[in-house]
Design a protein. Structure first.
Length: 370
């Protein structure tokens, strides 16, 4: 037992012997189930089950950012070319996002709007929709007359709001790389501390002013991203053990409800997620888990419109039935996006590069989430 509690669970990203892709798929499926409750019931969540599911969903969203911070930092610290970093991030986020937005705009919108076709296409809201979503100016934008009966209103793709914060994290790391301040472990740890301090300050004192909602959400996701970054930068100084994960979980429980509570929860989540990510699953099952196709991004950004379409066609469905229908459809859609859009985009990026980059092997998918 002592050997188990104090063994170092850290591994190496280079050999790809990890379960992080499978974990991201699991996070996306947890978010799917949470939205299967949200689409028919609306917000706020009420009842023990719904609020418990929402808490697990929030831990999964933070998990996306924690793993992204860990893996993007590994990639950034090894990359000597900013251009490769930028192209990796662009080709990771935007091909799938653009394909999804075009699907919503050109196919789902016209099929599910209550307006005549001429009126639908004459609305400025219709023509501004792809600009708002792709630029992330308003990722919660809707299309005229579409999904009017849903308790969630005309929101065409709820999960897309987190992509804005994933992009902000990418830009922040890229800016630091450009000035040479994201190359060494000590530098990353300093930026992690400063980001955490920013989050604690916002949590403690609040913020009222321009971009209030954006600043408030950034104060949550930026520290989660940098906690992941800190675990990578500090891997030589801190053993990642089950005992440490347990102590971090206890600290999160003790500090719950205080400005430090969310931070300690992210530390506990990061240690637990990394231990699971590097856990060795033996045999054929382990090989399948480690080499599973990365359909997490597709599941994440396509399950919401799938759920909204199913609810529009079958409004009397229970939340359990809705989730049961969404699950296989989202898996198929995620696989389709991966094969038809993401893989060709990654292949194109590789061909455009002078040589293959390690970033292709270690890039983390968006969530962002969100």
């Amino acid at each position: 037992m002592g050997r188990f509690l104090f063994r170092d669970g850290h591994g190496h990203l280079d050999d790809k012997a990890n379960n992080f892709t499978a974990m991201r798929i699991a996070f996306a499926l947890i978010v799917l189930y949470g939205h299967a409750l949200m689409i028919p019931l609306g917000l706020p969540f009420t009842g023990v089950w719904a609020t418990s599911v929402d808490f697990i969903v929030q831990c999964s969203l933070d998990g996306f950012f924690i793993l992204s911070g860990y893996m993007i930092t590994a990639s950034a610290m090894r990359s000597s070319q900013l251009g490769r970093y930028v192209s990796a991030r662009i080709f990771r986020i935007f091909p799938g996002l653009i394909a999804t937005v075009l699907l919503l705009w050109l196919v789902i919108g016209p099929l599910f709007t209550s307006l005549p076709a001429g009126e639908y296409w004459s609305q400025s809201q219709t023509w501004l929709f792809p600009i708002k979503l792709i630029s992330q100016i308003d990722p919660m934008a809707g299309l005229p007359g579409v999904f009017e009966a849903s308790p969630m209103g005309e929101n065409m793709n709820g999960p897309l709001w987190t992509i804005r914060y994933e992009l902000m994290a990418y830009v922040g790391v890229g800016a630091l790389m450009m000035v040479g301040l994201y190359r060494q472990n000590a530098q990353v740890l300093v930026w992690s501390a400063l980001t955490v301090a920013f989050g604690i300050a916002v949590e403690t004192f609040g913020y009222r002013g321009i971009g209030e909602e954006t600043i408030g959400t950034l104060a949550r996701f930026a520290p989660a991203f940098m906690v992941g970054a800190a675990f990578h930068a500090g891997r030589k100084y801190l053993r990642l053990t089950p005992a440490f994960a347990g102590l971090a979980g206890l600290a999160a429980l003790v500090t719950h409800g205080t400005p430090m509570g969310w931070l300690m929860l992210d530390v506990a989540l990061a240690s637990a997620y990394l231990l699971i990510g590097y856990a060795r699953i033996p045999g054929r099952t382990g090989d399948q888990v480690r080499n599973v196709e990365d359909i997490s991004y597709g599941i994440y950004i396509l399950h919401w419109p799938i759920g909204m379409m199913v609810f529009a066609l079958l409004p009397g469905l229970t939340t359990t039935a809705l989730a049961a229908i969404m699950l296989p459809l989202a898996l198929i859609a995620g696989w389709g996006l991966r094969v038809l859009v993401e893989k060709p985009a990654i292949s194109l990026r590789t061909r455009l590069s002078a040589r293959p980059s390690i970033e292709t092997a270690t890039q983390a998918p968006a969530i962002s989430t969100s």
